[in-house]
Design a protein. Structure first.
Length: 296
């Protein structure tokens, strides 16, 4: 059985840890509210713009040159992995890293063997994980989450888009955590480039019925709208991941605080039992000594 000093030391240590996890939970909750507001405002705009992008790519197929929809033989691949800069968020980062590794190993195994798979890591945890595995990293975007803005994400999106246009990458995919609620994050894999075109009977927002009017021209609209929509798509993924991170950290720290509380109960019970045993032993020694003196 541990000594009273050891148990007291553990109680102090666990109490300090509980205070830290409780504070981290409160900080994550405050950040989550802001991040959740941001993504809830962005979603309708991004979804609508994404639907228009898909419809335009289908409607203008053959009529307008759309370099972002060109399908080539997939010899080189870029995987955009959106993680976080910090840990202590449960399985938030490990789920994305596992999903990205599975995608690379299964879907792009031949490209990986030929050394034609690259990773764009948005978030320090993803950069650390894939650099250790020897997969080439494209750019350094590990500090985007320190000050999230459209401009910082736009730079990363343009790097991927330029790489696709100049033939450096034939396929670009994004993996991120989609925010559902505080306790649930869904790992999403989306094709970033080339822009997917849907069959006419699957077009978004009943585009067959609603006819588009192009001003100033179809060529100008496609030239301006498609790059903007791609940047918004990546920006939305970053905002989703940011909200998911704070939700995951809030949940993890809440559970850690509860576990610390349970451990404190056990330690205090152990402390009381150990103290009671020590007192009982001292009483027995005193009684035994008194009896020995009385018998002399």
């Amino acid at each position: 059985m541990a000594s009273l000093k050891e148990v007291r030391s553990r109680i102090t240590s666990v109490s300090s840890t509980q205070q830290i996890t409780k504070a981290m939970k409160m900080v994550a909750a405050a950040k989550l509210r802001r991040a959740q507001d941001n993504i809830l405002r962005m979603r309708p705009y991004a979804q609508r713009l994404g639907g228009i992008l898909t419809n335009l790519s289908t409607l203008t197929e053959g009529a307008v040159d759309n370099p972002y929809a060109v399908k080539r033989e997939v010899n080189s691949v870029l995987v955009i992995v959106v993680t976080s800069d910090r840990g202590l968020a449960g399985a938030f980062n490990s789920n994305i890293i596992k999903a990205a590794s599975a995608l690379i190993n299964d879907k792009y195994s031949s490209q990986l063997a030929a050394g034609r798979v690259s990773v764009m890591a948005i978030g320090r945890k993803g950069a650390d994980a894939f650099s250790k595995r020897g997969i080439p990293l494209v750019g350094d975007y590990s500090t985007i989450f320190s000050n999230i803005s459209f401009d910082s994400v736009r730079v990363a999106a343009e790097r991927a888009m330029d790489g696709f246009l100049n033939g450096e990458f034939d396929q670009v995919e994004i993996l991120y955590n989609e925010f559902k609620n505080v306790a649930t994050q869904i790992v999403r894999t989306e094709q970033f480039l080339p822009v997917e075109e849907k069959p006419a009977d699957q077009m978004h927002d009943s585009a067959l019925v609603a006819e588009y009017t192009f001003e100033p021209s179809m060529e100008e609209i496609v030239k301006e709208l498609i790059p903007k929509s791609l940047k918004i798509q990546l920006y939305k993924a970053v905002l989703e991941s940011n909200a998911s991170e704070h939700g995951a950290r809030m949940t993890a720290m809440d559970k850690a605080t509860e576990n610390a509380g349970e451990l404190l109960k056990q330690l205090k019970l152990t402390y009381n039992r150990t103290r009671q045993a020590a007192i009982t032993k001292e009483i027995l020694e005193i009684v035994g000594g008194a009896e020995a003196l009385a018998s002399e």
